[in-house]
Design a protein around this ligand. Structure first.
Ligand SMILES: [Zn+2]
Length: 413
């Protein structure tokens, strides 16, 4: 289809979506009350499956709308202000702030729809009046000048996820349905440059150790499996969090493996553990590890804090890859314990910043405790580093076979 025609068609259907009357499905009605007259009052909104038809809200509150040519961005303007919504995204942007709805701007039947919290999170900014929901079937609109947009500064967003620039990447639609093995793997040696990571008493430094291991693993994957391998850094320099996942996303990696070494206050602590992402740590230690690793990457805030967490969970690709990430993690953990004969500290989940935003299965492996004297001696030695790389290789090769056989479940939990 030629481009102008496509744009015209998309525009046409976008307008239909926006202007289509709401379907009467017998669901609830929200009565609107206010201290003074609401412009263009129809005085009620129909609610269906917890969603509202955007066209109804636009009409009732006399909002102006404009949609971009491809029908992906919708700007809403009212007497109090304006905001921008993105189709299929729960993000709402307004004057440098963002808020996150409980579900994305989507379609209900033939019309655009929004979740109920649109009324409290977005509408006040548009009409400049406070809005409160009173139970299930009524809402109160306050006086002019009482409403504002209660958002988070947009500058905070890119550090956590790349989804605000959602039109820069493409959804990996359909590709997953074809059974193919790993084509591109991105290995992420932790830290680098000013971030040196954990230190051992004998002088072993995490950033150097993990680079050595990933270089060995790269060679094995390339030579034995013919997989293209990209490292997020190839020498001792600092790489930011965003860049690490961007490297993986831009290379359209099928797997992202971040390699770290662990530290503990008590010398006796040893063993290896493998992580994949979640926003609640599986245990206290996992939570502490996430804080340490996130801090090393310059993340000051707690990733698990409310709205940002919600934002990431909603739009983050990792969510759809959690099953696969878990399957890679368990293979890696099993292989490490078997090959290295070390204490099995298990597969864990934690809000690790470096895994957020990766649009492919992603894990982080802690290959051992640099603070444990015996483990440090091992970790510092080339043959042991080769064994670690071999253990990781075996796990990735096994996952690759499972992928080719179509044995890897890809549905979200
Ligand atoms: Zn680390």
């Amino acid at each position: 289809m030629s481009s102008p025609l496509r744009i015209a068609l998309v525009l046409f259907f976008s307008l239909i979506l926006l202007l289509a009357p709401s379907a009467q499905s017998g669901a609830g009605t929200i009565m609107i009350t206010g201290n003074d007259t609401i412009p263009g009052t129809a005085a009620s909104l129909n609610l269906s499956d917890g969603r509202l038809i955007l066209g109804d809200i636009v009409k009732v509150f006399s909002l102006r709308t404009s949609m971009d040519l491809l029908g992906e961005r919708l700007d809403l303007v009212g007497d109090g202000g304006s905001c921008r919504l993105l189709l299929d995204s729960p993000l709402v942007l307004s004057r440098g702030l963002f808020a996150v709805l409980t579900s994305p701007l989507g379609t209900a039947g033939s019309a655009l729809s929004v979740p109920l919290d649109f009324l409290t999170k977005v509408l006040p900014a548009l009409i400049g009046r406070a809005v409160s929901l009173d139970g299930e079937d009524s809402m109160t609109v306050g006086s002019p000048g009482t409403g504002s947009f209660d958002g988070i500064p947009v500058e905070d967003l890119p550090r956590y996820a790349s989804f605000i620039e959602r039109d820069k990447y493409q959804q990996p639609v359909d590709i997953k349905k074809v059974n193919h093995g790993l084509r591109v793997v991105v290995l992420d040696p932790g830290h680098g440059g000013r971030s040196s990571g954990a230190h051992g008493n004998a002088g072993t430094v995490e950033k150097a150790l993990v680079l050595s291991v990933t270089e060995k693993l790269k060679t094995m994957l390339e030579d034995d499996l013919g997989i293209k391998v990209v490292l997020t850094r190839t020498a001792d320099y600092f790489v930011g969090l965003k860049e690490r996942t961007a490297i993986a996303n831009n290379n359209r990696a099928d797997l992202f493996v971040s390699v770290h070494a662990n530290a503990a206050f008590r010398e006796g602590v040893n063993g290896c553990e493998t992580y994949y992402l979640s926003f609640s740590a599986s245990d206290l230690e996992a939570s502490q590890l996430a804080q340490v690793e996130n801090k090393a990457l310059g993340i000051n805030g707690d990733l698990r804090q409310g709205p940002i967490l919600e934002a990431i969970l909603w739009d983050m690709a990792q969510l759809e890859f959690l099953n696969e990430s878990g399957q890679v993690a368990s293979r890696v953990q099993k292989s490490m314990v078997k090959t290295l004969n070390v204490r099995d500290r298990g597969v864990r989940q934690a809000p690790l910043a470096v895994l957020v935003g990766a649009r492919m299965p992603a894990i982080l492996v802690e290959i051992g405790f640099i603070t444990n004297p015996a483990e440090e001696i091992n970790l510092d030695r080339d043959p042991y580093q080769t064994r670690i790389a071999r253990a990781l290789f075996d796990a990735i090769a096994d996952y690759n076979r499972a992928l080719i056989r179509g044995e890897v479940r890809t549905e979200s939990p």
